[in-house]
Structures are given as structure tokens and as C-alpha cells.
Design a protein around this ligand. Structure first.
Ligand code: HEM
Length: 310
């Protein structure tokens, strides 16, 4: 079976750097070769700074895939599902390439980001770079621990990676969605502690889940904790991190999954609610400013790209 890119299922780090690029015209062949070399570049720096726990992910935008690799397309790859209901929005952006670099040292991230940009050089336009960081004991900037109900151990791979039986050509790849959320922390801070806890359906300091019958239908964990028709939990692997400075801040939301559907179902449940007016109250205090969908192919697929002429 193909190997996955190591960053997809990696454990949380202290620092994250997210690079979003668009590819210039007629540069596809160069880009294929350049991206195929990135895993080796990540490995070299991971060896050199072994205590930094460096990992990387390279992903290809849903709208760019056919130019990038016209021979075949991941079976379920589609554009980001933009949504809009009252003041809850999920906008969609065109991004060709996503590169995630995470480690426990911001200087190492900086070195690797610079090398990536040098390598891609004149063939891309850098649309955005987001510098993210671990906040306290893995909390979002709203003060609540983020990631507690993430799949653990082997279950991370089951949730995040495409299985051989589902799409043999793209096994061990992962469907990726990103959204950059901007928080309104002034409004959030005006809430009492208990009101904030009701928004999440969890307690703040000790991070305990509310009893099911005490959880408001508008709680974020109610709206995102979904089951399929057989009663099985629908899951994604979140690798989000806080970003920003004192002027502007929020969450860089990152979700990996074996299919794009779980993310879309959860986002729909947050924005459009349950059909009885119960929408996600977290969205009163934060707003998605960007959104994009990608496929992160397996390491095996990515490294073989350099040998392909299209
Ligand atoms: C600014 C945006 C967001 C913030 C600050 C945020 C924060 C949190 C926090 C603090 C938790 C509780 C602890 C945990 O289990 O991780 C949580 C749970 C969760 N979130 Fe979010 N989240 C955001 C957006 C999203 C989005 C866009 C999705 C998916 C479309 C999502 C999916 C989930 C899921 C699946 C859970 C676990 C629910 C459970 O099983 O209890 N989140 N989130």
C-alpha cells in the first residue's frame, strides 16, 4: 500500500506555517517536478533538526488538479462547498497549491518555507502565508481546548486516508479542506463563562463534555457531532491552529478525511442547522474569511511525479 505524507496524521506541533500558491501559466511540468522533490527536502530538514518534529504536506487544489495531472483524478475531488445563510458564510477561494509545514521550532519552519519558495520560484504566485501557533495547552483563542474529540492512534489513519478498496489509484491520499476564521474576541469576551461553555457544549477550564441532554442544539459540538444512517459517527481529522496578532486573530481550520463528504455535512449542519432553526452559535463570534478544497496525494504518488511527462 502507498505511504501517506507524514504531516497528514502527525500529532499537534508548536508552530505551523501554511503557504497558499497559484501556479503561473505553462508551468505545470516544472511544478510537478518541484513538488515531487518536497518530501526529500522535508526529510533533510527533519533529520538536521531532529528535535523539531518537522512534517510537511503538499496538496493540490480541486480546481487545479486536472491541469496538474490530467491522466486521472481522485474519485471524490470537488470544489469547496461555499455556503451562505443569514450572517453565516463559508466563502470559497481558488488556490492551486497548499503547503503545510509544522514543527516545534518557528525558525525551522521559516527555513523550510524559504526553501520551498526558492524552489517554486518564478512559477507561482504566493497568495497567502499564515503563521500559526499552539496556544496554551492546545486551546483555540476563544480559550477552549481544540482537538479533544479528534480520532486517536490508528483511527487517525482510518479517518484521514483514502483506502485501497475505495480508490486504488489514490490510496493513502487525503481530502483536505481549509478555512481561515477571524474571531471577534471583543464580542466573545463579553459573554459570561457559562454562556461561552453553552456555545461549545463543553466546560472551559477542565474541558469536560456536557451531558447529552444538557447540550444546547446550537452548541458547536452538537452541530458537528454527526452520525450516518447506521448510527456510526461521521469523523474528520482536524489539524487546525490559532493564528494572528493582537490586531487580528482566529483559527486556521484544517480538516483531513478519506472523503470530502463528512466536512461538507458538518459545515452544512453549522451554517444551515438542523431544519428547526438550530444553527451553530459559535459562528456569531467567528467568521470564515477564506475556504478551499484540495487533495493531498500519497507520498508514493508525489515522489513518483518527477518521472512523469504529460
Ligand atoms: C473558528 C472555527 C472553529 C473553532 C474555534 C472550533 C473549535 C472547536 C472546539 C473547541 C471543539 C471542542 C473540542 C474538540 O473536540 O476538539 C470543537 C469540536 C469539533 N469541531 Fe470545531 N471549531 C471550529 C470550526 C469547525 C468546523 C468548520 C468544523 C467542521 C466543518 C468543526 C468540526 C468539529 C468537530 C467534528 C468537533 C468534535 C465534535 C464532537 O464529537 O464532540 N469545527 N471545535
Amino acid at each position: 500500500m502507498a505511504r501517506e505524507q507524514f504531516g497528514v496524521c502527525a500529532e499537534p506541533n508548536l508552530h505551523g506555517s501554511y503557504l497558499l500558491f497559484n501556479v503561473l501559466d505553462n508551468r505545470n511540468a516544472f511544478i510537478r517536478t518541484a513538488l515531487s522533490r518536497l518530501p526529500e527536502l522535508f526529510d533533510d530538514y527533519a533529520d538536521q533538526f531532529s528535535e523539531a518534529n518537522l512534517t510537511g504536506v503538499v496538496a493540490i487544489g480541486a480546481n487545479y488538479w486536472d491541469e496538474f495531472y490530467p491522466q486521472a483524478r481522485p474519485a471524490l475531488l470537488k470544489a469547496f462547498p461555499s455556503m451562505d445563510n443569514d450572517d453565516r458564510v463559508a466563502p470559497s477561494n481558488n488556490v492551486d497549491i497548499y503547503i503545510e509545514i509544522r514543527s516545534d521550532r518557528s525558525d525551522v519552519n521559516h527555513i523550510v518555507c524559504s526553501k520551498v519558495c526558492q524552489l517554486l520560484a518564478d512559477s507561482v504566485e504566493l497568495i497567502e502565508q499564515v503563521q500559526a501557533f499552539r496556544f496554551l495547552d492546545g486551546r483555540d483563542l476563544t480559550g477552549f481546548v481544540d482537538g479533544t474529540e479528534n480520532p486517536q492512534g490508528m483511527q487517525r489513519r482510518n479517518v484521514a486516508l483514502v483506502q485501497e478498496s475505495d480508490d486504488a489509484n489514490f490510496a493513502s491520499g487525503s481530502y483536505l479542506h481549509i478555512q481561515r476564521y477571524k474571531h471577534n474576541l471583543t464580542l466573545w469576551s463579553s459573554l459570561k463563562n457559562e454562556e461561552q461553555e453553552d456555545v461549545y457544549g463543553r466546560t472551559k477550564v477542565d474541558n469536560i463534555e456536557y451531558e447529552s441532554d444538557k447540550k444546547p442544539l446550537t452548541a458547536h459540538t452538537k452541530r458537528t457531532s454527526l452520525k450516518d444512517e447506521n448510527g456510526k459517527s461521521i469523523e474528520i481529522l482536524r489539524q487546525s491552529m490559532p493564528y494572528g496578532d493582537v490586531k487580528e486573530q482566529g483559527l486556521f481550520f484544517v480538516s483531513y478525511c478519506h472523503s470530502p463528504e463528512p466536512f461538507e455535512k458538518m459545515l452544512k449542519s453549522m451554517i444551515y442547522g438542523d431544519g428547526h432553526g438550530h444553527v451553530d452559535h459559535l459562528l456569531k463570534y467567528t467568521q470564515a474569511e477564506t475556504g478551499a478544497a484540495f487533495f493531498a496525494p500519497s507520498l508514493t504518488f508525489l515522489t513518483a511525479l518527477g518521472n512523469i511527462s504529460v
